[in-house]
Design a binder for this molecule. Structure first.
Ligand code: SAM
Length: 335
């Protein structure tokens, strides 16, 4: 029988953070003032090994998970990530395996990931304007490096390639249309994300949010768009197609049009804490189970116990008070 939570939402997707470390310091995600030289990142023995992750993933797939996304932190900073991809791609019943990366290390790794069984990829790129992009990532990496990573992914045959752009008012909203124009006709799908109040260190305020509706209007004014049907129930991005057939974009309106009702995602942090919401305050410890000799049946029962009582719908009940809750950081839980 399908595992369902309190709102009858099945467990279908698992996002796995393979590391809490990142080589970027995006101001909206890992601001340098907080994630500086003294920040206590997880120690190596605290994070799950690839074998532990793969074992857990198998149990999740047996519970109905169809899609796994590797994320972080920056997944490509963890060594030999292709080894994990290879283990996961062997899991029978898993229909979709993908990865989200900032693209800075992708050029060198794209072919290895593809050979290990990765089919598609999402690359984050907030602007094509070097000055804007570098101000946002605060780590000295320019646009060209990420574009080379995207080209490498294309050459390796990863497809489709999705481009994630977080939009923050006053930072990169004037470069939205450029980004859409650049990728139009390439087959790559740009997805614009409303700036979210994840974690508690990014200084989120509603005034910083450029709404999905505004984003669509801006692009539509130059390159006419029409709504497209979702690919499947619970798809995070709303799809918009260029009227002239030159491709599509997506908008992720987690602030202005929350999609909790269809949320089928669980998230595993690098040290094995399971979260049932991106805006979660506390996780459930699976590392102790793994390292304490639990059988697959016991792990399976523990997953069911967590999911059955799940009643998260943070984005639907967001207020200025909830926005300041001590929520887990996105770099920890995985985006
Ligand atoms: N390092 C990888 C990357 O850059 O894609 C994976 C992890 S990152 C946390 C995943 C995605 O979350 C990125 O596309 C990032 O831009 C997005 N993100 C981070 N903080 C966000 C926020 N406050 N609001 C909206 N999206 C955010």
């Amino acid at each position: 029988m399908t595992l369902q939570d309190r709102f009858e939402r099945p467990l279908r997707d698992l996002r796995i953070s393979v590391t809490d470390r990142c080589n970027f310091r995006c101001t909206y995600c890992m601001p340098r003032e907080v994630f500086g030289p003294d920040y206590a990142f997880l120690q190596r023995d605290a994070i799950l090994t690839y074998e532990e992750i793969a074992r857990l993933a198998r149990v999740f797939v047996a519970h109905g998970v169809e899609k796994i996304r590797l994320t972080g932190g920056e997944p490509l900073v963890r060594r030999h990530l292709h080894g994990l991809v290879s283990m996961l791609s062997d899991i029978e019943g898993l229909q979709d395996l993908t990865l989200t990366t900032n693209g800075s290390l992708l050029k060198a790794q794209a072919q290895g990931l593809r050979d290990a069984g990765l089919k598609r990829i999402t690359v984050s790129l907030d602007s094509l304007d070097d000055e804007v992009f570098m101000r946002m990532n605060d780590s000295g990496v320019g646009v060209a490096t990420v574009l080379e990573g995207i080209a490498g992914a294309e050459a390796a045959g990863l497809s489709p390639i999705k481009i994630n752009a977080v939009v923050k008012r006053g930072e990169n909203d004037h470069t939205i249309v450029d980004l859409a124009r650049h990728f139009r006709g390439t087959g790559h799908i740009v997805r614009f994300i409303e700036f979210m109040d994840v974690g508690s260190t990014n200084g989120w305020q509603m005034e910083h949010v450029v709404t999905a509706r505004e984003i669509v209007e801006l692009i539509n004014a130059e390159m006419p768009l029409e709504p497209a049907e979702p690919n499947y129930r619970g798809e995070v991005a709303q799809r918009w197609r260029y009227v002239d057939g030159s491709g599509e974009i997506g908008v992720i309106a987690s602030i202005t049009q929350p999609f909790c009702g269809d949320c089928t995602r669980a998230r595993l942090s690098a040290e094995g804490q399971l979260y049932t919401c991106l805006f979660g305050v506390r996780g459930h410890d699976f590392r102790s189970l793994l390292r304490g000799g639990a059988t697959d049946e016991e792990i399976s029962a523990a997953i069911a116990k967590v999911w059955k009582v799940r009643d998260d719908r943070y984005s639907e009940i967001r207020t200025s008070e909830t926005a300041s809750l001590p929520k887990v950081e996105m770099s920890h839980i995985g985006g």
